[in-house]
Design a protein around this ligand. Structure first.
Ligand code: RP5
Length: 169
């Protein structure tokens, strides 16, 4: 059974949600990914949220934009952690999505990452699962160490070539 449910309100959210899936792939965490719109197909949404626990999910990562009710409604039904990803929007820059997701009423929290923060949502889901999975915790520590190595390598390159010749490509 998949440990994480990744759900997005539209396929236009895919570039951001793919970053969460990439992290879960890197860390060897099973997941299922779905496109389900709470507004456009409420019956399908309720079926999804009500069956999420029985499908084995321990965490849901839900991304949506504009009047972004998908993460909050997942949290209203699913009894374990929900991580919300606000999508950037052309009209309001994603503040609409952010406020819709983060401003939850007491009792129904959504752990909200930054606008477009797909990778951090995947990492946060992994950290939640790692509280009861020692092997995953070790993989997470290695991932974090690789971030440090990456910055050290970038600085070494900067010292070698100088800022005028530095390219981050
Ligand atoms: C939300 O509306 C989706 O999560 C998406 O971010 C936004 C726009 O959807 P589309 O019009 O691109 O399908 O429900």
């Amino acid at each position: 059974m998949a440990k994480v449910g990744i759900v997005m309100g539209s396929d236009s959210d895919m570039p951001v949600m793919a970053k969460a899936a990439d992290i879960l792939d890197q860390l060897g965490i099973s997941y299922e990914m779905h496109i389900i719109s709470a507004h456009r197909e409420p019956d399908e949404f309720f079926d999804y949220a009500r069956s999420a626990e029985s499908r084995g999910y321990k965490v849901i990562i839900a991304g949506a934009g504009m009047a972004a009710h998908l993460p909050g409604m997942c949290a209203a039904i699913f009894p374990m952690p929900v991580i919300g990803i606000p999508m950037h929007t052309t009209s309001l820059g994603g503040r609409d999505s952010l406020y819709s997701i983060v401003q939850m009423p007491t009792g129904i929290p959504v752990a909200t990452v930054a606008i477009g923060g797909g990778a951090n949502a995947g990492i946060l889901a992994a950290k939640i699962l790692a509280t009861s999975d020692a092997d995953l915790l070790e993989r997470l520590k290695k991932y974090t160490a690789s971030l440090k190595e990456s910055v050290i390598a970038k600085d070494a390159k900067l010292q070698e070539v100088g800022y005028q010749n530095y390219s981050n490509k």
